[in-house]
Design a protein around this ligand. Structure first.
Ligand SMILES: CC(C)(COP(=O)(O)OP(=O)(O)OC[C@H]1O[C@@H](n2cnc3c(N)ncnc32)[C@H](O)[C@@H]1OP(=O)(O)O)[C@@H](O)C(=O)NCCC(=O)NCCS
Length: 221
C-alpha cells in the first residue's frame, strides 16, 4: 500500500474495512430528497437513465442506516430488492458500502461492478468499468478522487489511488497509483506522455478550424 493511499484514506474519511456499511455515508448536509434531485440533474434530468437508478438506490441504502430500527428493517428489505433489480435490469452493481460523492455521472449501463472504497465528486463512469479487489483474500479496493473520468471497459484493481482529475483510457487495467491529472492507458496502464502540440497561428486556426480542446471535457460521451 502506498503512502499516498494511506494518506488519502485519512484525508477523505474513507470508512475503515471493519466498519464498512455501518453508517450513513451519503454526502453530509443534504437530505435524501436533495441528493436524489441533484443526481437526477447530473443525469440530464432523465429519470430513465440507469445510472440514476443505481445512485438513487445507493443513496437510499445509506439513508436507511440513520433511521430507527423499526423503520430501518423494512427499508433494508426494500433496499436489497431494489439493488438486485438495478443489477438485473441495468447491469450496474454499486453497493451502499461504497462511499460516493456528489454529482457522480454513470454513462450508459451494463457490466459495471463499482466496488471501490470511495468514489469522489464529479466522477464520470462508463459501461463495463470494474473497480474492486485484486485478490479475493485482500479486501483493499481502489480510492477514486474527485473529477476522475473512466473510459469504457477500464478496470481498477486493488489498493490503488486514482488522483484528482485523472483519465483512465478505455479498456485499460490500472494496478498502481495514478497521479493527479494524468491520463493512463494500456495493460497495465501507463501514463500517456504529455506531448507538445504544434502551435498554430491565428490565421491557420481561422483557415483550418479550432483544434479540439485538450482537457477532460472533450472526452466523447
Ligand atoms: C484516453 C483518452 C482520454 C485519450 O484522449 P486524448 O488525450 O485525446 O489522446 P489521443 O486520442 O491523442 O491519443 C493519444 C495516444 O493514445 C492512444 N490511445 C488513445 N486511447 C487509447 C486506449 N483506450 N488504449 C490504448 N491506446 C489509446 C492513441 O492511439 C494515441 O497513440 P499514438 O500517440 O501512438 O498515436 C481517450 O482515448 C479515451 O480512451 N477516452 C475514453 C472515451 C470512452 O470510453 N468513450 C466511450 C463512449 S460510449
Amino acid at each position: 500500500m502506498s503512502r499516498r493511499y494511506r494518506e488519502a484514506e485519512q484525508r477523505l474519511g474513507v470508512p475503515p474495512l471493519d466498519g464498512w456499511g455501518r453508517r450513513n455515508e451519503n454526502p453530509p448536509g443534504m437530505s435524501l430528497w436533495r441528493l436524489i434531485r441533484e443526481d437526477l440533474r447530473t443525469h440530464g434530468g432523465n429519470p430513465f437513465e440507469q445510472g440514476f437508478w443505481a445512485l438513487a438506490v445507493h443513496r437510499f441504502g445509506n439513508w436507511r442506516m440513520d433511521r430507527p430500527k423499526m423503520i430501518r428493517a423494512p427499508c433494508t428489505l426494500i433496499y436489497f430488492v431494489l439493488e438486485k433489480l438495478v443489477q438485473v435490469f441495468a447491469g450496474i452493481s454499486l453497493p451502499y458500502v461504497v462511499k460516493v460523492g456528489r454529482r457522480v455521472r454513470i454513462w450508459h449501463f451494463g457490466g459495471m461492478i463499482l466496488g471501490a472504497r470511495y468514489i469522489g465528486n464529479d466522477v464520470h463512469i462508463r459501461q463495463n468499468v470494474s473497480m474492486g479487489v485484486a485478490q479475493t483474500w485482500n479486501l483493499k479496493a481502489p480510492i477514486i478522487e474527485d473529477g476522475v473520468h473512466f473510459g469504457a471497459g477500464a478496470a481498477v484493481l486493488g489498493e490503488v489511488l486514482v488522483g484528482r482529475g485523472a483519465r483512465i483510457a478505455a479498456n485499460s487495467l490500472v494496478v498502481s497509483d495514478v497521479s493527479d491529472g494524468a491520463t493512463v492507458l494500456g495493460i497495465p496502464a501507463r501514463p500517456l506522455p504529455v506531448r507538445p502540440r504544434p502551435r498554430r497561428s491565428l490565421n491557420e486556426i481561422a483557415r483550418d478550424g479550432a483544434a479540439p480542446l485538450q482537457n477532460s471535457s472533450t472526452i466523447r460521451r
